[in-house]
Write a protein that binds this ligand. Structure first.
Ligand SMILES: *[C@@H]1O[C@H](CO)[C@@H](O)[C@H](O)[C@H]1NC(C)=O
Ligand SMILES: *[C@@H]1O[C@H](CO)[C@@H](O)[C@H](O)[C@H]1NC(C)=O
Ligand SMILES: *[C@@H]1O[C@H](CO)[C@@H](O)[C@H](O)[C@H]1NC(C)=O
Ligand SMILES: *[C@@H]1O[C@H](CO)[C@@H](O)[C@H](O)[C@H]1NC(C)=O
Ligand SMILES: *[C@@H]1O[C@H](CO)[C@@H](O)[C@H](O)[C@H]1NC(C)=O
Length: 512
């Protein structure tokens, strides 16, 4: 049986997919659909050839069932006589896009690997290939996270400060490394990998545990820096080079241990000391091109945490960017991002984790087909991009119908849910929300002026790509269909009819 899969998967690779294949919908109650992919079928979105100067292409996804539905239209001389008017300003330029992606957790690897080869390949293509949404970022936990089946680090032998027993694990060799290589092969874009550790080995910590209230012991500050550098070395030996590494996942969890999963606490002051004297010098000595991302934690810690780190000139030089998670974004305004950008305009801000269903009062961890969860992603990505964020990385690339596996039972939802027994997977509205950005905004795209950013429940953001196409992404949370005009110049307008509750990406030809 395995042999048959291999033969089939090879023949699938060789057939170029040229047309968009539509969503195979399945309803899971409440009128919401997922798109089902199996051995023989998966919806695709073909690479778009250059759009002629007087035309635009529109991709639409809606609560009523559209998924990347493609239409072509012409730019016209005059706007709709009524409706919402957005005006592009090409001379106002903002941040440069780095990209979009998801995380190669152990849980993602276990779920993806549980599928027959050609189903697995459809899943990986959906994320990384030219007929998928073309992710160019992958986040990789350094050893275990809560989305592992058990707790572990790369050296769990107490006191082994010389790393005699340091080793990558089965999880790296079976799940992370093969999937990362497959993604690299499928992708037309350069895949940027961002590493981040959840915790040091317990023996390096004050509480001798993987989770809870605990900090790095003073005597292991250099050992921990060396451990992270060694991780980059070990992956390099396997042929995988990282683009960036963070100072560590969610340091606040080790101070306020309301969560019971892998964590290690830092204060901004202890972290500043560690970067200045230990991690900064070690990283730049051995992996000088690997970018150092600070924070890797919630928006509400901005700009406070970063202000303290950056108050040291040397530390400020070591830090390349600021990684931010999404979990309390609805309570904390995006002006915190603006303030951070204004304080440190030469440091990029990158969103590095998001998932829905994490709150204790959300009893349904996985909610198949949930449109409102798709809207949550859409709204947050759009808001972030309108406030200096340069890219957005989702959490687990794939989870099971329970929202795991997760050793701490911290189950959440994911853009793709795998059903192993049926040998199929489900692409949720969150997947399409991500795709409306990831697919159409190649690295190097620049945000341009757009006024207003929201009107009558329609939100928007505009970019110019390195090929000079203008990209406008619109999100309607309105319960009414809307007429919208996007004015590109005095004589060039895009007139659209936008159904209620929908996402759109509009692509023009070259605009100079
Ligand atoms: C795979 O999906 C396609 C499209 O929905 C369907 O026609 C086909 O029967 C499915 N195959 C299997 C094995 O479930
Ligand atoms: C467009 O942006 C530029 C640069 O920010 C600004 O000077 C100009 O006033 C803007 N034009 C309009 C029509 O708002
Ligand atoms: C590490 O190696 C050095 C040099 O061989 C040795 O002196 C030291 O005792 C070792 N430390 C540990 C914790 O094994
Ligand atoms: C590291 O782990 C791999 C895979 O389990 C194993 O083949 C190798 O021997 C281990 N190396 C060391 C030094 O323990
Ligand atoms: C997974 O597939 C099985 C059939 O093999 C089905 O009974 C089950 O309902 C599916 N689970 C979900 C969450 O759709």
């Amino acid at each position: 049986m395995k042999l048959l899969y291999i033969t089939l998967s090879i023949s699938l690779v060789c057939i170029p997919v040229t047309a968009d294949r539509p969503c195979a919908p399945r309803e899971f109650g409440s009128g919401n659909i997922v798109c089902v992919c199996n051995m023989t079928y998966c919806d695709t979105i073909a690479k778009l050839s250059a759009v002629p100067a007087d035309q635009f292409v529109q991709y639409s996804t809606s609560q009523s069932g559209l998924r990347f539905h493609k239409t072509v239209g012409s730019l016209v001389d005059s706007p709709h006589s009524t409706g919402i008017r957005f005006t592009v300003n090409l001379t106002a330029t903002y941040q440069r896009i780095l990209g979009f992606g998801g995380a190669f957790t152990d849980a993602a690897g276990i779920n993806i690997d549980s599928l027959a080869l050609q189903v697995k390949q459809n899943l990986m293509r959906s994320y990384f290939s030219v007929d998928g949404i073309e992710f160019n970022f992958g986040r990789v936990p350094v050893a275990g996270s809560d989305f592992s089946t058990h707790t572990y680090t790369y050296d769990d032998v107490p006191g082994d400060a010389n790393f005699t027993h340091y080793n990558l694990t089965l999880e790296d060799f079976f799940y992370k490394i093969p999937l990362i290589k497959e993604a690299q092969q499928l992708s037309d874009r350069r895949l940027h990998l961002v590493a981040g550790a959840w915790t040091a080995p317990p023996w390096m910590k004050t509480n001798d545990d993987y989770s809870g209230f605990g900090f790095l012991k003073d005597e292991y500050y250099q050992t921990w820096a060396d451990y992270l550098v060694k991780f980059l070395d070990e992956y390099k030996k396997q042929g995988i080079e990282f683009w960036g590494i963070s100072t560590g996942n969610e340091p606040i969890n080790g101070i306020l241990p309301v969560n019971r999963f892998n964590s290690m606490g830092w204060t901004p002051h202890s972290q500043r000391h560690w970067i200045k004297h230990h991690f900064g010098p070690a990283l730049k000595k051995y992996h000088c091109s690997v970018k150092l991302l600070a924070l890797d934690d919630q928006r509400f810690m901005l700009p406070w945490w970063i202000n303290i780190l950056m108050s040291d000139k040397q530390v400020a030089e070591y830090i390349d960017g600021i990684a931010v998670h999404w979990y309390w974004d609805t309570l904390f305004p995006p002006s915190l991002l603006d303030r951070t950008h204004n304080n440190f305009p030469d440091k990029f801000i990158l969103a590095t984790e998001a998932s829905v269903g994490d709150k204790p009062w959300e009893f349904e961890k996985v909610k198949l087909g949930s449109w409102s969860r798709g809207e949550s992603y859409m709204e947050d990505i759009l808001e972030d991009l309108n406030h200096w964020v340069t890219g957005w990385i989702d959490w687990n690339l794939a989870l099971n119908p329970q929202g795991g596996p997760n050793w701490a039972r911290n189950f959440v939802d994911a853009a793709i849910i795998v059903n192993t027994s049926a040998n199929e997977f489900y692409k949720q509205p969150m997947f399409y929300a991500l795709g409306h950005f990831a697919k159409f905004l190649p690295e190097g795209s620049v945000r341009i002026g757009l006024q207003p950013q929201e009107e009558k429940g329609v939100l928007a953001v505009a970019f110019q790509t390195p090929d000079n196409a203008v990209i406008i992404i619109l999100y309607s949370r309105s319960d009414y269909d809307r007429r919208v005009t996007v004015t590109v110049s005095d004589t060039r307008h895009i007139n659209l009819d936008i159904p209620k509750r929908s996402f759109h990406t509009v692509i023009t030809g070259k605009v100079n």
